[in-house]
Design a protein around this ligand. Sequence first.
Ligand SMILES: Cc1cc2nc3c(=O)[nH]c(=O)nc-3n(C[C@H](O)[C@H](O)[C@H](O)COP(=O)(O)O)c2cc1C
Length: 221
Amino acid sequence: MGFLSKLFGSSTIKEKEKMTNIKLAVIYYSMGGTNYQLAKWAEEGAKEAGAEVKVLKVPELAPQSVIDENEGWKAHVETTKDVPEVTLNDLEWADAIIFSVPTRFGNMPAQMKQFLDTTGGLWFNGKLVNKVVSAMTSAQNPHGGQEATILSLYTTMYHWGAIVAAPGYTDPVTFGAGGNPYGTSVTVDQNGQMVEDVQAAVKQQAKRTVTVAEWVKKANQ
Ligand SMILES: Cc1cc2nc3c(=O)[nH]c(=O)nc-3n(C[C@H](O)[C@H](O)[C@H](O)COP(=O)(O)O)c2cc1C
């Protein structure tokens, strides 16, 4: 073991320099838990890449009486009651953002759209420029609007002046997860179970988002 390794543990100075201080917000909406799980896997991947991560939910818009009529939805709301709700301050704080939403007729859910529609002030003041972003989704059908849902989110990102760090086919892991280059997406069966194994692809996407954010941040320093 060299002198530097003894001083700094197993990481060399060069490795330390490579570690980011990227702040990542994983912002999701979920009714049945799928997108919450995707958000948690993204958190894991980003932390492995050295990022500081906040997992945040967008505020629910549905009335409690409607949630109470659906056992699965009700249970999910209870499970995630301690997850903080996203605020505009979180967007200012973040260097990078990963969104995760279920499809709603090939679009993002109203809950996420409502939150995005509160970002006009930040946008006007140039506070969303160069945020590095990517998105994930789920749908009940493999061709039920997964790419379109991700694109619906990216449309808003283009207006922000954000930098979309889509996974593309930059890593073979995408092929094993259904091959969506726009962002990781998963099919959910009638029992609410994920069909494809997307955990590795989610983590890879998170790492890529953090890496691109690191490049952008360093270039702006
Ligand atoms: C109003 C509504 C619209 C939906 N539209 C579609 C759709 O167009 N295509 C599809 O495959 N699934 C559709 N779904 C199924 C959801 O996308 C699926 O339940 C969701 O991805 C599960 O994610 P979650 O567990 O995070 O809530 C729809 C669900 C609801 C409630």
